[in-house]
Design a protein around this ligand. Structure first.
Ligand code: BF8
Ligand code: SF4
Length: 632
């Protein structure tokens, strides 16, 4: 199959339509149909004004009934719902981080999990005050894993990684009383505060939301990212492919989906095992093709060059091709619909985590200690399923793009350093980036993140905004499903420089980068925090002054709310395309979006805007305002 330079939304939609047609032949359900079944959606839920925290409720706030049975007003109800939304997201991200720390604890010489980036481990040990000199690298890994796990429940003190933030940011956190403590404590406090008969003061609830977000972004997520790099390698630029056409007609297709790379790394390893490849050939396949969906897809794309088959709302499409031997999932963002859907085809739906158990799946429990055997069993099950394919149902749309991925902070510094020869230290420097932004060759940066949501025409907001921003010389850094939207459209190829303004185009040519930089999965938004923090220190200005904004135009998950809280707490204005169920309270809306709340505490706030063109204009304006304030 040839590669497409760029793929339009319309072509992707036509492909989806042909896949849905495939599904109709076998009586498959679809999210498109379920959206119709669920419409109209509940307005109380949407505005955040329904409380069912105790069984005197549910209480719904209307002009006729302005208080719940306990007397809680609308601001308390909306605020409590918002804290719980955040806590759910922080718990998910941080538990993923915890899993990574357990995997780190299982590393050993010659074992299933090893240390691929020992220098990074030593650097973090140094930051955490752990002596690494003269220690066996695996002893150090185990010591660091133990110390990292204590970050979840230590009785006193703040998150160790919070020390990375600039002095000024830390002062703001102290003053606002949002410095993140132990991760489990912030999540438990959020649940406790919102129990019936506790906090109903909106301001206190929003402060706790920020603090809980921070324990995720500068705690659990950051550990997830940093120690995944230590074990699986710190991403460097590499080429891969994207969109549904990465499924191969004559190969065993295994889709890895979810978030935790501990599982997918093993699947990728055994898909390359000569014994497994020989087995696949014995069934008539040409080999084994592993492709990724959602953030697991990002993880293995960034480190192994595994093709990215699709993002959140494309997950059913993968099965609908009829070419999928197995969908192997770990945790988060997995549609329970995949169970019944896989039954309409020959696909094996393999769940692996006790955290994500689903009906109609085959459960192969994945343990760090037995990872190799588990990984091999999964690949074998997929290979043996090739013979059950119904060739009449095969429909792989002809859509495939090229993408360059792998821009960790380390990789970005190295790329920039290579151009200027301003070799400062072995880790490189952000000075060239600062200089081109100062000179106005690049006007600024947008960190675009988050999901798809049927409330927004899938991928349109991501793609439309990215095109507008790069045309205006604004570089875009991406993660999660936003990254995959870019890759599917071809915006992550070097060719995408043709869509840029003159300044950004020159930089892309000189440095040899695409204008949209893939920084990884959603836990990797912590990379963006480190980048912003390093840039601000290098520049000698506060993070809130750097011409950078955040954006989640199609977000849907609790994790995205947690992310939003830590991104604004870090000093980065953030634009949302979907309201976080807060519009029912003028007080909560003012705290999150106005001048008097979070803006005052942490120098950044949210803007909610559903008109995409308008949102793009507002982000460009915000970047220009920040430039003007810096007199650049
Ligand atoms: O953590 S962007 S749909 S896959 S929540 Fe989920 Fe959203 Fe995708 Fe990754 Ni992030
Ligand atoms: Fe109703 Fe108050 Fe109970 Fe919520 S906590 S359900 S508002 S009585």
């Amino acid at each position: 199959m040839d590669y497409d330079r760029f793929i339009s939304i319309e072509r992707m939609e036509q492909a989806t339509e042909s896949l849905l047609e495939n599904g109709r032949k076998v009586g498959a359900d679809s999210w498109q149909q379920r959206v119709k079944n669920q419409s109209p959606q509940c307005e109380f839920g949407e505005s955040g004004t329904c409380c069912r925290i105790c069984s005197m409720g549910p209480c719904r706030i209307t002009p006729k009934s302005p208080r719940g049975i306990c007397g809680c007003d609308v601001h308390g109800i909306v605020g409590r719902n918002y804290v719980r939304f955040t806590a759910g997201g922080a718990a998910a991200h941080s538990d993923h981080g915890r899993q990574i720390m357990h995997t780190l604890y299982e590393t050993k010489e010659g074992g299933a999990y090893q240390i691929k980036d020992p220098d990074k481990l030593k650097r973090i040990a140094d930051e955490w005050g752990v002596e690494s000199e003269g220690k066996d690298i695996y002893d150090l890994a185990h010591e660091m894993a133990y110390k990292g796990l204590l970050e979840y429940g230590k009785p006193f003190g703040e998150q160790l990684f919070a020390q990375r933030a600039p002095e000024h940011t830390r002062e703001l956190w102290e003053k606002a009383e949002i410095m993140p403590r132990a991760i489990d404590r912030e999540i438990a406090t959020s649940m406790h505060m919102t129990h019936m008969g506790n906090s109903s003061l909106a301001e206190a609830l929003i402060r706790q939301s920020l603090r809980t977000g921070l324990c995720d972004g500068w705690g659990g997520s950051m550990m997830g990212t940093e120690f995944s790099d230590v074990m699986f390698g710190t991403p460097k630029p590499l080429d891969t492919t994207a969109n549904i056409g990465v499924m191969e007609r004559d190969m065993v297709n295994i889709v890895v989906h979810g978030h935790d790379p501990s599982v997918s790394e093993m699947v990728v390893f055994y898909a390359n095992d000569p014994e497994m490849i020989a087995l696949a050939k014995s069934y008539g396949a040409k080999g084994i093709n592993v492709v990724g969906v959602c953030c697991t897809g990002n993880e293995v794309a960034m480190r192994q060059g595994i093709p990215m088959a699709g993002n959140f709302l494309a997950q059913e499409n993968i099965v609908l091709t009829g070419a999928c031997e197995a969908v192997v999932v770990d945790v988060q963002c997995i549609f329970p619909a995949l169970g019944p859907l896989s039954k309409c085809f020959h696909t094996k739906f393999i769940t692996t985590s006790p955290i994500a158990r689903m009906p109609d799946s085959e459960f192969i429990e994945f343990h760090e200690a037995t990872a190799a055997a588990n990984g091999k069993a999964i690949v074998k099950m997929a290979v043996e399923n090739y013979k059950n394919r119904d060739w009449d149902l095969l429909n792989i749309p002809d859509l495939k793009t090229e993408a360059r991925v792998g821009y960790s902070v380390e990789a970005i510094k190295k790329c920039l350093d290579g151009v200027t020869n301003s070799h400062v230290d072995e880790l490189g420097t952000l000075k060239p980036l600062r200089d081109v932004v100062k000179a106005g060759v690049i006007r600024g940066a947008v960190a675009m993140v988050g999901c798809n949501n049927p409330k927004v025409r899938p991928d349109t907001a991501h793609i439309q905004l990215m095109k507008k921003l790069i045309a205006n010389d604004i570089i875009v850094i991406v993660s999660g499903c936003s990254a995959q939207a870019a890759a599917k459209a071809g915006l992550m190829s070097l060719e995408a420089k043709e869509l840029c303004g003159e300044g950004l185009k020159r930089v892309c040519e000189l440095v040899g980068i695409p204008p949209i930089l893939h920084m990884g999965s959603c836990v990797d938004i912590s990379r963006m925090m480190v980048l912003a923090s390093d840039l601000s220190k290098d520049w000698g200005v506060n993070i809130s002054q750097v011409p950078v904004v955040g954006c989640a135009p199609e977000w849907m998950s609790e994790k995205a709310v947690s992310i939003g809280n830590y991104v604004i707490s870090t000093g980065i204005d953030t634009f949302l395309g979907v309201d976080p169920y807060t519009k029912g309270s003028s007080e909560v809306t003012e705290l999150l979006q106005g001048e008097q709340g979070v803006k005052d505490w942490v120098e950044a706030c949210f803007t909610v805007e559903t008109d995409i063109e308008k949102m793009g204009d507002m982000m460009i304006q915000r970047i220009e305002d920040k430039r003007a304030a810096l007199c650049i």
